[in-house]
Design a binder for this molecule. Structure first.
Ligand code: C2E
Ligand code: CA
Ligand code: CA
Ligand code: CA
Length: 279
């Protein structure tokens, strides 16, 4: 009995209990958050060398009543694990498409594309293509303004299925971008088969591009590779003019990063686009 008592005590160890309840609480708080409209998108501009804004990446935020603004890094991994990413990812697509449809009637904003992050689990659903088409049709968004950002881990299994999904959406005009390229395991032969439009140079390579010759070599390689495959290239995480200039000298033409802007609430993005058009 003593032993059992000790086991029971250990089971209800305050530290353990705290750890368990944190995860369980986070899980139920996510559902409540979706229900209570606590999620929102911020938009980070994507710019050309002359400062013109051509699009924006939609980045998810969770405005928790007590914890404040929670970063996606804190809940996306759990959401992918427990399947919450499916309704959440759907909400992201709906919200981004509603925004696109709204901007279509705004002369300053109508030219912008919106890039949406789609997680591997979301993309692997059989119904993914039908879901995106339905959301596009219901929102009235122009499919040609929507870009889907995928990471290598979405693409490494079932290549035929992946190609079929991409082709079906590309036939409607949707674009595809490979995010975080170079951080995963896909081979170049594999990459060549995918109907991609753009490759994004990961911020992990941009960060030390001026001081780490390996990062500089990888960034150069990605730019050359994209060019030879006929793909556009964009660099993310560009924080300084020196980084931007180095990337430009290697042939990069599109950038995203704090040098230009942090992710912004919609009205702030609209003001920035407006101001950049008056230059
Ligand atoms: P990501 O797709 O690689 O997005 C880029 C991240 O870098 C964003 O972090 C962005 O705010 C940040 N960033 C942009 N410019 C700079 C810069 O100049 N310097 C630095 N240090 N960071 C910069 P964020 O918004 O915290 O998002 C983190 C990750 O969460 C994203 O990485 C993406 O993988 C995921 N995520 C965000 N929104 C969604 C979503 O709607 N769906 C899914 N599935 N994942 C999302
Ligand atoms: Ca991304
Ligand atoms: Ca990225
Ligand atoms: Ca990244």
């Amino acid at each position: 009995a003593k032993l059992a008592g000790r086991n029971t005590l250990r089971f209800f160890d305050p530290v353990m209990q705290a750890r368990v309840s944190t995860r369980a609480e986070l899980e139920s708080a996510l559902w409540v958050g979706l229900e209570k409209e606590q999620f929102l998108l911020q938009y980070q501009p994507q710019v050309l060398a002359d400062g013109r804004i051509t699009g924006a990446e939609a980045l998810l935020r969770w405005r928790h009543p007590e914890r404040g603004m929670v970063s996606p890094a804190e809940f996306i991994p759990l959401a992918e694990e427990n399947g919450f990413i499916l309704p959440l990812g759907r909400w992201v697509l709906e919200s981004a498409c509603a925004q696109l449809a709204h901007w279509a009637h705004d002369a300053r904003m109508a030219h912008l594309s919106v890039a949406v992050n789609v997680s591997a689990r979301q993309f692997r659903q059989d119904a993914f293509v039908a879901e995106v088409i339905e959301i596009l049709e219901r929102s009235g968004a122009n499919p040609a303004r929507l870009k889907i950002e995928l990471t290598e881990n979405s693409l490494v299994t079932d290549i035929e299925g992946v190609i079929a999904k991409m082709a079906a959406l590309k036939a409607r005009g949707v674009g595809f971008l490979l995010d975080d390229f170079g951080t995963g395991y896909s081979s170049l032969a594999y990459l060549k088969r995918l109907p991609l439009d753009q490759i994004k140079i990961d911020q992990g390579f941009v960060r030390d591009i001026l001081v780490d010759p390996n990062d500089a070599a990888i960034a150069k390689m990605v730019i050359v590779l994209a060019d030879s495959l006929g793909l556009a290239v964009i660099a993310e995480g560009v924080e300084t003019e020196a980084q931007r200039l180095f990337l430009e000298q290697q042939g990069c033409v599109a950038y995203q990063g704090y040098l230009f802007s942090r992710p912004l609430a919609v009205p702030d993005l609209e003001s920035l686009v407006d101001a950049s058009q008056r230059l």
